[in-house]
Ligand binder design. Structure first.
Ligand SMILES: Cc1cc2nc3c(=O)[nH]c(=O)nc-3n(C[C@H](O)[C@H](O)[C@H](O)COP(=O)(O)O)c2cc1C
Length: 372
């Protein structure tokens, strides 16, 4: 244990313990779940919720749920006594759609914009399950109360206690649960305020494509011009950790000159309007490619081309020599070229590892600006 150095100031400030302290006085990690309930006309309703906590009672382990009094989910839960709680994976396009489902729209409007697949429950008369979920809890209402605002007696929130009747899990995660291994990545909300001002854990941008220059796509609920303007403002900030150039809807981001090394990464971004039929037609799709700096990439490609040409030359020479009845030794040049390709690719992978911290810095900056 290290003692605080003599004379050092207390390293915290005290926050007043306000009502709803976990939202109003703290960053309290909570899940982001999708609640499915059934409307009076039999249609489904989906809505994101975070105030969903384990609730331990003498009767056993249950779930506590807190909802705005006026919410459709609360109304449906009171009427039907059933709700399914789907824990969705932390994927940018799903999180962006969660925000859409958190808007005060009619159930029909929300469901038309939903990107989630609804799977019928195996239990009779139960709400559907979200097909993309890592796990779904099917729940039955056991207790509820309405809390009123101090003073004017306006109903403020609905508090529910739920019995978990069944848990369904995607087979991949069920295998991990039983046999061990790396668990799923679930989104975390640090204090629900409003759909638009909620602190969430940074969603993991899923990359694909060749590992040497991976690509990613993020769906954003703002139009392209606004996203580009937000990058412009973030880059213009005097303490911006990242530098960049913007040309129209194309951005090139990198590290400041004082931090640049041979293995420093750069990111090319293109901000396009959402494709037709997207859940949020006024939004954007940000497409990115993480790779080495352009001049390093050019040098890298130059080496690969040179080695490929020399290898091809060796192959042709060797085959010609063999056909003419001579020695096939030039084939060793082709074999050497394959080895050199592997060597240059290996050096690039090592470079990627050395630049990992800077890649994280770049990615955090992009996440910060996009905040999907
Ligand atoms: C990430 C996230 C978490 C939310 N958590 C809650 C919550 O815990 N309680 C609540 O009343 N509303 C919460 N909301 C807001 C509701 O989703 C929103 O009021 C929505 O319109 C409710 O839909 P419904 O009327 O269909 O139930 C959250 C919204 C988002 C985006």
């Amino acid at each position: 244990m290290l003692p605080l150095p003599a004379g050092a100031a207390f390293p915290f400030v005290s926050i007043p313990l306000r009502p709803r302290f976990f939202q109003a006085s703290a960053f309290f990690p909570m899940p982001v779940v999708l609640l499915a309930t059934v409307n009076a006309d039999g249609t489904p309703n989906l809505a994101p919720y975070s105030l969903c906590f384990p609730h331990v009672t003498p009767e056993g382990h249950r779930l506590a749920l807190v909802m705005r009094q006026a919410s459709k989910s609360a109304e449906n839960l009171v009427r039907t006594g059933r709700v399914s709680v789907s824990f969705i994976p932390d994927r940018p396009e799903l999180m962006a759609n969660c925000k859409v489902l958190g808007q005060p729209l009619s159930s029909a409007e929300k469901m038309a914009k939903s990107v989630f697949t609804l799977v019928p429950s195996p239990r009779p008369d139960a709400p559907p399950l979200v097909g993309e979920a890592v796990q779904v809890f099917e729940c039955r209402l056991v207790a509820s109360e309405v809390a009123f605002e101090a003073g004017d007696g306006t109903p403020e929130e609905h508090r529910f206690v739920l019995e978990v009747e069944a848990i369904h899990m995607a087979p991949l995660w069920a295998e991990v649960l039983e046999s061990g291994g790396r668990g799923p990545r679930l989104p975390v909300d640090y204090g629900f305020r409003r759909g638009s001002a909620t602190w969430m854990s940074r969603p993991g941008v899923v990359t694909s494509g060749p590992r040497i220059r991976p690509v990613f796509e993020v769906a954003i609920d703002r139009p392209p011009a606004r996203v580009v303007a937000e990058f412009k403002a973030a880059l213009a900030h005097p303490e911006a950790p990242i530098v960049g150039k913007i040309r129209g809807d194309v951005l090139q981001l990198g590290l400041p000159a004082r931090e640049l090394t041979t293995w420093s990464p750069s990111v090319d971004l293109r901000v396009d309007p959402s494709p037709p039929g997207a859940a949020d037609p006024t939004g954007s799709i940000v497409r990115g490619r993480i790779g080495p700096q352009p001049q390093v990439w050019t040098t890298f490609m130059f080496f690969h081309m040179m080695i490929a040409l020399i290898g091809l030359g060796g192959l042709m020479w060797g085959v010609a020599a063999l056909t003419a009845g001579g020695s096939g030794w030039p084939l060793w040049i082709a074999a050497g070229a394959v080895f050199m390709h592997a060597f240059v690719a290996g050096a690039a992978f090592i470079g990627q590892g050395l630049g990992a911290d800077q890649t994280f810095k770049l990615r955090s900056f992009i996440d910060q600006v996009l905040d999907p």
